[in-house]
Design a protein around this ligand. Structure first.
Ligand SMILES: NC(=O)C1=CN([C@@H]2O[C@H](COP(=O)(O)OP(=O)(O)OC[C@H]3O[C@@H](n4cnc5c(N)ncnc54)[C@H](OP(=O)(O)O)[C@@H]3O)[C@@H](O)[C@H]2O)C=CC1
Ligand SMILES: CC(=O)N[C@@H](CCC(=O)OP(=O)(O)O)C(=O)O
Length: 315
């Protein structure tokens, strides 16, 4: 059986990466839009409605517009943008979120792909909330170190200038208004009642992302140990092909002395770490922002929706 797939935004960063994944698939027929009609509403509408699955790799406004164009009840939309991540009627495209999420993705014709920072944060925090270790009203902070491809074509062009201006050579914290666009989905899909204080930091490497969530053991349920935090993550992701819970206080990383933010690149994998002292834990979550952070995750959600092997085309 062959599925027809259209990528709206095929020339963009996530769209191009999705095409690379699809090119290797014999079960997918890619519907291409002519270069000069990429932004032509009538042609986009025709292809969106001809597709079994359409990926929206667009700015938010164009994604909302695309969703309104679809009247074919068989077309499944997988939206990579922020537009629909907490919208009613849209399934959150993170199969590992909780029991039942795969069923929701399979059943829905509207799937919202998580944001890259949000995926890493939610995967680190949700199991601790579900296990009753992290109270829903906890005051949580998080930082995220990310490669510049997360900012799409315009940020890639900025960082690929030759010579690279001095201010782009050092890491740059941003989102300092403390209203990052991923906060609503971070709360909605972890169950946290209070927005985390979240600071992303973009730096001069192409891709790779790590979210760090520091917690005092005194913030957690009485008696919680680092072992219990680690065990909650391990239990939540038992059997998950793409989520790798590393050993507590991962010896290889401690021995190296430095954390490698790029070590999940070119995979759809998420590595979760728990570092700890007697009174504190640091939960860290690493992914490729164009893998599990965007395009790989979108392909995984498509596989779940279509009922084909979930890992097809993904490593
Ligand atoms: N980059 C990443 O790591 C991630 C991105 N996302 C999200 O995915 C979406 C796409 O991001 P990304 O690929 O990085 O962005 P890019 O800027 O790299 O690409 C967006 C593409 O959309 C095209 N486009 C813009 N408006 C329209 C329109 N009206 N009709 C058709 N095409 C249009 C652009 O055209 P043109 O080429 O002419 O500019 C461009 O090719 C965004 O919502 C982003 O926030 C989500 C997770 C991670
Ligand atoms: C480096 C950088 O700018 N990253 C983007 C997030 C990329 C992402 O996850 O995409 P969405 O825009 O779809 O949420 C940011 O922080 O806004």
């Amino acid at each position: 059986m062959t599925f027809k797939v259209f990528v709206d935004g095929q020339e963009g960063t996530t769209g191009l990466r999705i095409h690379e994944y699809l090119a290797a698939r014999s079960d997918i027929e890619v519907l291409k839009i002519d270069a000069d009609k990429r932004k032509d509403p009538a042609e986009r509408s025709r292809l969106l409605n001809a597709a079994d699955v359409a990926f929206l790799c667009l700015p938010d406004a164009a994604s909302r517009e695309a969703a309104f164009m679809v009247n074919n009840p068989n077309t499944c939309l997988i939206d990579a943008s922020t537009a629909h991540r907490t919208a009613p009627g849209w399934a959150f495209g993170l199969p590992e979120l909780a029991r039942g999420q795969r069923g929701a993705i399979q059943a829905s014709k509207r799937i919202a792909n998580p944001g890259c920072h949000a995926s890493a944060f939610i995967l680190a925090v949700r199991p601790l909330v579900d296990a009753g270790l992290l109270p829903r009203d906890a005051a949580v902070t998080a930082t995220s170190i990310t490669g510049y491809s997360g900012g799409g074509k315009s940020m890639i062009a900025e960082y690929q200038q030759q010579p690279l201006p001095a201010h782009l050579q050092a890491p740059r914290p941003y989102g300092l208004g403390l209203k990052h666009k991923h906060l609503p989905e971070m709360m909605a899909h972890t169950g946290l009642a209070t927005p985390p204080v979240f600071m992303p930091i973009v730096s001069s490497f192409y891709k790779g992302l790590t979210v760090s969530v520091p917690l005092q053991l005194s913030q957690l349920a009485p008696g919680t140990t680092p072992e219990a935090v680690h065990a909650a993550l391990a239990a939540h992701y038992a059997g998950e092909r793409f989520i790798n819970v590393m050993p507590l206080r991962d010896a290889a990383t401690l021995e190296a002395g430095f954390f490698d933010v790029q070590a999940c690149n070119d995979t759809n994998r998420v590595d979760l770490f728990v570092f700890a002292s007697d009174t504190q834990v640091l939960v860290m979550s690493r992914l490729d922002n164009l893998g599990k952070g965007a395009s790989g995750a979108a392909v995984q959600a498509m596989n779940v929706h279509l009922g084909v092997e979930e890992t097809l085309g993904l490593v």
